[in-house]
Design a protein around this ligand. Structure first.
Ligand SMILES: Cc1cc2nc3c(=O)[nH]c(=O)nc-3n(C[C@H](O)[C@H](O)[C@H](O)COP(=O)(O)O)c2cc1C
Length: 392
């Protein structure tokens, strides 16, 4: 087998390792998959402006974010249902990101208690899928604070779950039900069945949503809680965020921002940062690529908020492009799940290494030795070969 030398190599290997339904759940997008495709294409349409003959012998990939210096500007986007990919996946991710000192966001739909994850990685952030209910938000936030977590990310682009036809066709949905079709899918992928499915059931039991709210026991991923798994999320509004801001003394970040006006509103409410994101193309299909939405948000609030982005980041070069457009850091979701599926913790550590390696090479090739100095001067101002119409 050829060595895995690029992030894409893990994707190909994960596709072979995971049952079709799990693969579709992790890799897929919503409806026609247009926004997911746009995320990738947006990077391909951008061009660097390399500068030559500069002394680049002292290269530095590190960046500072909210007062902490990280090894590189690539973090883990929050991803839920990780137990489908690998036993205790949330914990192995926490360990790899703590070790490597990269930003790490724990999903609200994770299944290792956030208190344990915060012990493994004291710098982890918590991402909430909050219902529009101040009391429930307050109880969750108190729990997060008591665990010593200092940053809360509010995901704002999931008032309802999108139309995920790709997994529906395969009989896969949350809450999870084991159908004969899924069982056959598992049998065809014996390593996953043994290392992930059977190992999880035998050692930990059916995974539970232990971090969705104040309830640490949580419902099993196979159960529908009394009010439904996503009850009240469609009532979450700016008023809830304003009251959350008043209650939460830590840093508050809004994820799922695509429009500059929404970023301005976040700044006015006293938030600390925004993550420009189309949810990896998994929510509103035909939404723009995150990278294409980034410049507008930076122009509107770049001086007031820490602007970050996610969506389609698969190369060190992609991180540097986002930095050139004003992001302070990027996050990736799927790639780290592919690495976890293929090689567990060591796979994730290796992928982080690949990101750092590519960033350090590209900093030299750009003629800009420090990641923090990458700016608009390193990228052509407009996408090349823009599709017809307004490129912004
Ligand atoms: C399997 C999977 C689960 C996800 N779960 C969550 C989640 O629980 N909370 C959240 O805010 N975003 C979630 N996302 C979206 C990611 O945080 C992120 O926006 C997206 O994955 C970035 O795109 P990328 O996968 O191309 O890097 C999930 C994405 C994937 C692929």
């Amino acid at each position: 087998m050829a060595p895995r030398v690029a992030i894409a190599d893990y994707e190909a290997a994960a596709r072979r390792r995971l049952p079709a339904a799990v693969w579709e759940f992790v890799s897929g997008g919503a409806e026609d998959d247009v926004s997911r495709g746009r995320n990738a294409e947006a990077f391909a349409r951008r061009a660097f402006r390399p500068r030559i003959l500069r002394d680049v012998s002292a290269r530095d990939a590190s960046v500072e974010l909210f007062g902490r210096r990280y090894a590189a500007p690539v973090g883990l986007a929050p991803t839920g249902f990780n137990a489908l990919v690998r036993r205790r996946c949330d914990a192995l991710l926490a360990e790899a990101f703590a070790q490597a000192n990269h930003p790490h966001i724990v999903s609200g739909v994770s299944s290792v208690p956030l208190e344990e994850l915060a012990r493994i990685n004291p710098n982890a952030w918590y991402q909430g899928y909050f219902p529009g209910d101040d009391d429930r938000i307050a109880r969750t936030v108190d729990r997060v604070g008591a665990a010593g977590i200092g940053t809360i990310v509010v995901t704002a682009d999931v008032p309802v779950i999108s139309n995920r036809e790709n997994t529906e066709r395969l009989g896969f949905r949350a809450p999870f039900r084991l159908t004969s079709r899924l069982a056959l899918d598992g049998l065809l992928h014996p390593r996953w069945s043994v290392e992930t499915f059977a190992a999880t059931l035998l050692k930990d039991g059916i995974p539970r949503f232990v971090n969705l709210g104040e309830d640490r026991t949580g419902v099993r991923v196979t159960e529908d809680p009394p009010q439904g798994l996503r009850a009240g999320r469609d009532r979450l509004d700016w008023g809830c965020v304003e009251r959350l801001r008043a209650r939460w003394p830590g840093r508050l970040v809004l994820k799922g921002v695509l429009e500059p006006e929404d970023a301005v509103r976040a700044a006015e409410l006293g938030l600390d940062g925004v993550i420009v994101s189309n949810h990896g193309g998994r929510q509103l299909d035909y939404a723009p690529a995150s990278l294409d939405a980034l410049p507008g948000v930076v122009a509107a609030v770049g001086e007031r908020l820490v602007v970050m982005m996610d969506g389609g980041v698969r190369r060190g070069a992609h991180a540097l492009m986002a930095l050139a457009l004003g992001a302070r850091a990027v996050f990736a979701g799927r790639p780290f799940l592919y690495a976890a599926a293929v090689d567990g913790g060591p796979g994730v550590a290796r992928m982080l290494e690949l990101f750092r390696k590519e960033i350090l090479i590209d900093l030299a090739l750009l003629g800009c030795p420090r990641a923090e100095d990458v700016g608009p001067q390193h990228l052509r101002p407009h996408p090349i070969f823009p599709p017809s119409g307004d490129p912004t």
